[in-house]
Design a protein around this ligand. Sequence first.
Ligand SMILES: [Zn+2]
Length: 486
Amino acid sequence: MLTYDLVVKGGNVVIPYVGVQRADIGIKGEKIAAIDTEIADKNAAKIIDATNRHVFPGAVDSHFHIGIYRPLAEDAVSESTSAASGGVTTILSYFRTGQDYLNKIGPFREILPELLELSEKSFLTDYGYHLACMTEEQIEEIEWLVKEGGVSTLKYYMFYKLLTLAGATPEANNYLMINNPVDFGFLYRFMKEVGRVNQLYKEYGTVSLSIHCENPEIIRATQAEVKANPSGVPMKDYSDARPPWQEELAINEAAIIARHTGCPVNLLHLSSQKAVEAAIDVSQRYPEIDFLLEGTLHHLGLSNEMALDQRAKVNPPIRSNKDVQFLWNAVVDDMIKTVVSDHACATLEKKKGDLWTSLPGFGGTSLMFPVLITEGYHKRGLPLHRIAELSSANPAQHHNLYPKKGAVMVGSDADLAIVDINAQKEVTLENLYTAQEFSPEAGMKFNGWTETTILRGKLIFEKGKVRGQPGDGKYIKRPVNLHHPQ
Ligand SMILES: [Zn+2]
């Protein structure tokens, strides 16, 4: 009788928090069933040869925007394909009510089931959602979301505040389809409830609030200054219009409210030296509060000193070379704990016109390993097991997926990315497997591309061919220790 459905043989297994070990991995059904120095061929129904390759835990891309600019189900199919091609096996996507996404408002008790139904047959990777509350009614649903909905991470967007205050244009106000302010009073109420529910479920994980920390009142003023006197270099102007110190201010504002409400916070997409310094500062000032520092592939891989046009517009903006180097130091020093894509598939239509009319955001999920391996491992000596932590184990832990996800361990889901850390390829639209019609990284050369991606024992990407089907990916209720007890 065969012992394993699939055996990954001869690879260098990259084990988070441990190191790299030559081993064979035996998979039974959807789970890792054995890790051994040698598993005999006769025990395997199917063998994948991973000789001279590195076997990482499948990446958990914990910052994604499925359906922001394109119909949600269609976007999920194409962009989870892009993720799968890059060794990502779990996507955690942000969702909110209002315009974009599903263009509706209401309680999550009604909207979450609709969102999950649209998602059900659309993903090639496993997935979950972080939800942004926009009304007091939605804040009151947080306990239900954790217990029943499988959503244990929430989001607050600081820059929406101005859209909802007196003096906002009707178009601005209509964008979120709400008639309540989402100001600091709202954030206080939101954090208080996240803090309360976190206490209720702390034996299962951390219920946290992800915050986009930029201060919209400062941006209103600094953007007007740059518009009146632009340098003409688009990404430089955009960075000056939203200067790093307004991130610093926003992080301090969020941290003080977090401290008074006991709310764990995920400090999203830290783009600059000032932002990282502020994040480290508040973590040390309020050690009783759980602050997670997140970095993104584009802030680590791009700088505004490269030749980039308005299509590379993103919030917060792409910063200077000096900022990029500082971010890498924070990654190497283990201050930044998760690296994510913040993938938002944007069409050229959304990016047309100039810097000010182009919409923010773009995709890059499939560059997870290439950016971390080229810029981190090859250029800066970041150990490979640290890359497995940043891309998989840490996001899985902080977002309540561990050890179902993020671990190379007997009993964990057999989610693996087999990577050639040395092969070099140029970024082309073809090798990103995305519906996005451009890439700010196009033409750049990276090492460390994924050859094969395995999701719960099933091959979903193999040697340039997409093998998975929409619907292979399943919704993962979080905390997994509450909803999927072992
Ligand atoms: Zn985002």
